[in-house]
Design a protein around this ligand. Structure first.
Ligand code: NAP
Length: 538
C-alpha cells in the first residue's frame, strides 16, 4: 500500500476511483480549491476502466487526438499519442504521465475497494469503509467509479465444473494470457468481443466464437500517426478543443447536416464507400438522420451487411454475421481491425447461439443444443452491469437509512446524473442520466468534474453544509432523458445495455442522456449561474 497520510476525521472529500474522473477531480479539489482529499482505488495503479481492460486488442474507439484531457495546455503540449486509436497500454502510460505530472499518487490509496458508504445525518458527513476495514470520513463523497466497471459473467449452468481457465475481458490478468496451442471459446460479440477475436485468433490453436446477436462493425483503419499529424494536433489544440466541446458526442468531427433523402442512390453509395475507407465512428456522422430515422438508417445497415457478406467467404458464417436484428448504431457501434476477415481463417469457427443456445458448460468445454466444443480457455466478452452496477455495488446508504439498491429498484433516478434524491453531498461523475457513454468520455468527465468543483467551491464560500436534490427534480429530469432518447432509435433496441436489458432482472430504463453534451452543459451552466437554486442547500 502506498503511503497516504490517513486523516480519518476530516477529509473534505473522498473520491472513489482513480481513472480519468478521479484523477481530474483530485486535481480540481486539491490543487485548485485547496481541499483535503483522498482517492480510494481498488486496483494497484491508476487507469480506471483501462486498468482492468487489458484484453487482447483492447483499444479506444475515440481517435487519440481527442481522447485526452483538455484542461491543461501544458499537458496537451507535453503528451504525444502514437496511433490513431490509443491501445490500452498507451492509455495507462498517459494516465500515469498525468498522475506524475500533477503529483497525484501521494493522495491515492490503492487496493482499497469501497465496501460501504453511509451518510451520517447528525454530522452531515459520509462514512466510507473499505475492504481493509479502514474507515474514512468526509463532507463530500464523489463517485468516479465509471460506467463500465461491473463485469457481467452470465449465469451458465456448470461453469464451476470447467477444468480449463476462464476470464472476463473487463478483469483481465495483469500478466496477460497465453493462447498458444490452446482451443479457445469466446462468448460475446459486442465492441469488446469484436476487438478481441482477431488478436486471439492470431495466437490460439483454434478459436470458436459464440455469437448470440450479430453486430455491425466499421473498420477502424488504425495506423501509427505521422509526424506531420502529430505536429498538426499540437498546433491546433484550440481548434480540436472547440470542436469536441461543440459536437453532441464530443468527437473530433462534425455531424453532417445532410439527410439520406437529400442524395440520390449513386451518391449515397459513394458517401458510404468513402466513409468505409476512412473508417471509425465518423461513419455514423455522414448523414444527420441515421440515428433518428429508421428508413435512413436502413440504407447504412444494408450497406454494412453487404460489406460483411463480401468480406466473409464462408457463406454460412457470412449469413450468421450479417443477420443483424437492430438498426445500425442503435447499440453502441463497434469499430474493428480485421474482425470479419478473421472468419476466413482456418482456425476460426462461428456458432450461432440463436439456432443452438448454450445448454451448459462442463469439465471440457461448452455444450450447445446441437454440439459439444472442447475448450482449454473460455473468454467472456459479455459486457457489464453498466452505469448503475458500479454505484449499487458500493452499498451506499443515504439519509435516514435509505439504501441506493432499494431506491433504484425500478431504475435509476437522478438529477442530471449528478445527484440522487436522499443522498446529500454525494456526487456521481458520469452517473445515469448524464451524457457519459454516449460521448467521448474524457470530455463528459471534464464537464462533470468542473461543475462539481464549482458547486463545492460555492457551498464552502457560502458556508453551506449540504446540497441535495429532490424526487421532483429527479423525475422531471428522467422525463427529459426519456424524451430526448425517444427522438432517436436507441430505445428501440431490445437487447441494449443502455436499457439495462443485458442483465436478467435489471429494470428496463434508458440510462444515458442522448441530448448531446453541449445541450446538457448548457442546462448545468444555467443551474450554476442561478446559484444552484434547483438543488436544496442547507
Ligand atoms: P456488450 O456490448 O454488452 O456485449 C456483450 C456481448 O456478450 C454481446 O454480444 C452479448 O450478446 C453477449 N452476451 C452477453 N451475455 C450472453 C450470454 N448469456 N450468452 C451469450 N452471449 C452473451 O459488452 P462489451 O462488448 O464489453 O461492450 C460494452 C461497452 O464497452 C461498449 O458498448 C462500449 O461502450 C465500451 N467499449 C469501448 C471500447 C472502445 O472504446 N473501443 C471497447 C470495448 C468496449 P447480446 O447482444 O445478444 O446480448
Amino acid at each position: 500500500m502506498n503511503q497516504v497520510k490517513l486523516n480519518k476525521k476530516d477529509y473534505d472529500a473522498i473520491i472513489v476511483g482513480a481513472g480519468f474522473s478521479g484523477l481530474y477531480q483530485l486535481i480540481c479539489l486539491r490543487d485548485q480549491l485547496n481541499l483535503n482529499c483522498v482517492v480510494l482505488e481498488t486496483g494497484d495503479d491508476v487507469g480506471g476502466t483501462w486498468y482492468w481492460n487489458r484484453y487482447p486488442g483492447a483499444r479506444c474507439d475515440t481517435e487519440s487526438h481527442a481522447y485526452s484531457y483538455y484542461f491543461s495546455d501544458d499537458l496537451l503540449k507535453e503528451w504525444t499519442w502514437s496511433e490513431r486509436y490509443p491501445g490500452h497500454a498507451e492509455i495507462r502510460r498517459y494516465m500515469n504521465f498525468v498522475a506524475n505530472k500533477f503529483d497525484l499518487k501521494k493522495d491515492i490509496l490503492f487496493q482499497q475497494k469501497v465496501t460501504s458508504a453511509c451518510f451520517n445525518n447528525d454530522e452531515n458527513n459520509w462514512n466510507v469503509i473499505t475492504n481493509s476495514k479502514i474507515e474514512f470520513k468526509a463532507k463530500f463523497l464523489i463517485s468516479a467509479v465509471g460506467c463500465l466497471s461491473n463485469t457481467n459473467i452470465p449465469n451458465i449452468k456448470g461453469l464451476e465444473d470447467f477444468e480449463g481457465k476462464y476470464y472476463h475481458t473487463g478483469n483481465w490478468p495483469k500478466n496477460g494470457v497465453s493462447f498458444a496451442g490452446k482451443n479457445v471459446g469466446q462468448i460475446g460479440t459486442g465492441s469488446t468481443g469484436i476487438q478481441a477475436v482477431p488478436v486471439i485468433a492470431e495466437e490460439a490453436k483454434h478459436l470458436t466464437v459464440f455469437q448470440r446477436t450479430a453486430n455491425y462493425s466499421i473498420p477502424a483503419r488504425n495506423k501509427p500517426l505521422t509526424s506531420e499529424f502529430k505536429k498538426h494536433v499540437k498546433e491546433n489544440s484550440d481548434l480540436y478543443k472547440n470542436l469536441v466541446k461543440r459536437t453532441p458526442n464530443a468527437h473530433p468531427f462534425e455531424i453532417s447536416k445532410r439527410n439520406v433523402a437529400d442524395v440520390d442512390p449513386d451518391e449515397l453509395n459513394e458517401i458510404y464507400e468513402k466513409a468505409w475507407e476512412i473508417g471509425g465512428l465518423q461513419f455514423r456522422a455522414v448523414f444527420n438522420d441515421l440515428v433518428t430515422n429508421i428508413k435512413a438508417n436502413k440504407t447504412a445497415s444494408d450497406f454494412i451487411k453487404k460489406k460483411i457478406r463480401e468480406t466473409v467467404s464462408n457463406k454460412k458464417f457470412a449469413s450468421i454475421l450479417s443477420d443483424i436484428d437492430h438498426p445500425y448504431a442503435g447499440k453502441r457501434p463497434p469499430i474493428d481491425s480485421n474482425y470479419f476477415e478473421t472468419f476466413n481463417r482456418d482456425n476460426v469457427n462461428l456458432v450461432d447461439l440463436r439456432s443452438e443456445p448454450i445448454e451448459l458448460i462442463d469439465r471440457t468445454g461448452i455444450k450447445t443444443k446441437k454440439n459439444h466444443f472442447d475448450l482449454d480457455i473460455i473468454v467472456f466478452a459479455t459486457g457489464y452491469d453498466a452505469m448503475t452496477g458500479p454505484l449499487i455495488n458500493m452499498n451506499i446508504t443515504g439519509k435516514n437509512g435509505l439504501k441506493l439498491n432499494d431506491v433504484w429498484k425500478e431504475g435509476p433516478k437522478t438529477f442530471l446524473g449528478l445527484q440522487i434524491p436522499g443522498f446529500p453531498n454525494l456526487f456521481t461523475i458520469t452517473g445515469p442520466g448524464s451524457p457519459s457513454v454516449l460521448t467521448n468520455m474524457p470530455m463528459a468527465i471534464e464537464q462533470h468534474v468542473e461543475w462539481i468543483r464549482d458547486c463545492i467551491n460555492y457551498m464552502n464560500k457560502k458556508d453551506y453544509s449540504t446540497i441535495e436534490t429532490d424526487i421532483n427534480s429527479a423525475e422531471k429530469w428522467g422525463d427529459e432523458v426519456n424524451s430526448v432518447a425517444n427522438q432517436t432509435l436507441l430505445p428501440t433496441v431490445k437487447h441494449s445495455w443502455y436499457l439495462g436489458a443485458n442483465i436478467p432482472g435489471k429494470p428496463r430504463v434508458f440510462m444515458p442522456y442522448a441530448g448531446g453534451l453541449p445541450r446538457y452543459t448548457e442546462v448545468c451552466d444555467k443551474i450554476k449561474n442561478n446559484k444552484y437554486k434547483d438543488f436544496i442547500l442547507n
